[in-house]
Write a protein that binds this ligand. Structure first.
Ligand code: MLT
Length: 255
């Protein structure tokens, strides 16, 4: 499905009926990373999964900030007539979910922050972002699978998961990838705002996540009063893809 927003066309999946659940994908993937969650959740919920600007079916790519992306999601929900929803974000999707909550808290009924962090990038991480931007500008997204797969997935990942993630990365446009890396590099620090989250919240970590370590996720959970903290076994950074059974069970029990 597609609709027109101020920033261009947004591609999205809208499946099922019931209370709305918004799923925001990770970098450098697209909304098909949620296939297994949508299959399960859409029996009880209205599940909405947009492609972030420039990814998947959302075109064209253009420069964005986290704050602008929160506004885009706000406009998107208006167009879909969704007053409020549970917001679930994995990694980059979690960065966006936090900014969305901070700008539009009345629209967030429940918050799920998976394999993500609240703090901003430190200097070394910003330098690594700049290296990645230069590499994509020089060689395109072809360099990303070898660079990212060993960190996105746990050691000895399932072959079908590797194939799926590789193909999502390879279909990403280089511009979309560069603009998203810039937005992640420049995002603000939300650590000191976490105590203001009053809606039910769940923080998810992957047992073998090397991009966002368990301690970082634990720190997010500890800073939110009453957040549920869940570790997904046998998974790295993309816990919803690597262990969908455990991820879906956690999500269903929380929602
Ligand atoms: C993601 O999975 O969305 C990204 O790896 C997050 C990041 O690079 O900070």
């Amino acid at each position: 499905m597609k609709l027109e927003l101020k920033s261009g066309a947004v591609g999205y999946i809208d499946a099922g009926n019931g209370p709305a659940v918004l799923l925001i994908h990770a970098f450098p993937l697209n909304n098909t990373m949620w296939t297994s969650q949508i299959a399960v959740l859409s029996n009880r919920f209205r599940v909405i999964a947009p492609d972030i600007r420039g990814f998947g079916e959302s075109q064209p790519a253009s420069v964005w900030t986290m704050e602008e992306m929160a506004d885009t999601i706000n406009e998107f929900l208006d167009k879909l007539d969704v007053k409020d929803c549970a917001v679930v974000g994995v990694s980059m999707g979690g960065y966006i979910a936090l900014v969305f909550w901070s700008k539009y808290p009345e629209r967030v009924t429940q918050l799920v922050l998976s394999n993500t962090r609240a703090r901003a990038d430190n200097d070394a991480e910003k330098r690594a972002r700049n290296d990645m931007i230069a590499a994509i500008e020089q060689s395109g997204v072809a360099i990303l699978p070898d660079r990212m797969l060993p960190r996105l997935l746990q050691p000895n990942p399932r072959a079908d998961v590797v194939r799926n993630v590789r193909s999502m990365i390879q279909t990403t446009s280089p511009d979309a990838a560069v603009y998203a890396v810039m937005a992640m590099r420049d995002r603000m620090d939300f650590s000191s705002m976490l105590h203001r989250i009053v809606c039910p919240a769940m923080v998810i970590t992957g047992e073998n996540d090397v991009i966002i370590r368990m301690e970082d996720s634990r720190a997010v959970a500890d800073a939110i009063s009453d957040a549920r903290f869940i570790t997904i076994p046998n998974s790295g950074h993309l816990s919803n893809l690597e262990n969908p059974e455990a991820f879906n069970a956690a999500l269903l029990s929380f929602l």
